[in-house]
Design a protein around this ligand. Structure first.
Ligand code: 4NP
Length: 151
């Protein structure tokens, strides 16, 4: 079983979307190995909250229901998960500063060799189109991640 954790700041927008889109991408693959997939935030402000309404609406337009209850990253996650994928550099720096393993804690977009972007932008203070762009980007990235981790 491969254990994968997606991390953003609040665990209410980007990482729960990545968790749900990645799970969906694996469902569409025959003979996918077993995965445990979770998400968490580096910050604790939204612990227990469900994903942001704007993110859920943007994902629903693409046919995906995003669910979850926000959780803060804990040091124990570093030994539990085989891969930890961060949405932006601040997330990555925070985890490395807490002692995460740099060999298995990575920025998501460079890991899947995204052509133009290194970071999944934080949509929280932006408008609806920010959310729709982020959903598209996460959908594309997690589909490629499924290909990469299943081969
Ligand atoms: P996320 O978005 O990191 O993608 O979940 C954010 C959620 C909350 C905040 C910032 C970003 N916040 O400042 O509360």
């Amino acid at each position: 079983m491969t254990k994968v954790l997606f991390v953003c700041l609040g665990n209410i927008c980007r990482s729960p979307a990545a968790e749900c889109f990645f799970r969906e991408a694996l469902k569409n693959r025959k003979n996918a190995p077993l995965f445990e997939i979770k998400s968490a935030g580096t910050g604790g402000w939204h612990v227990g909250a469900k994903p942001d309404r704007r993110m859920r609406a943007a994902a629903k337009k693409q046919g995906l229901i995003i669910e979850g209850s926000a959780r803060q990253v804990a040091v124990e996650d570093f030994s539990k998960f085989d891969w930890i994928f961060c949405m932006d550099r601040d997330n990555l720096d925070d985890l490395l500063g807490m002692g995460a393993n740099a060999d298995t804690t990575k920025l998501l977009l460079p890991f899947i060799h995204h052509e133009t972007l290194d970071e999944v932008p934080d949509p929280y203070y932006g408008g609806e189109d920010g959310f729709e762009n982020v959903v598209r980007l996460i959908h594309e990235a997690t589909t490629k991640l499924a290909l990469k981790l299943c081969d």
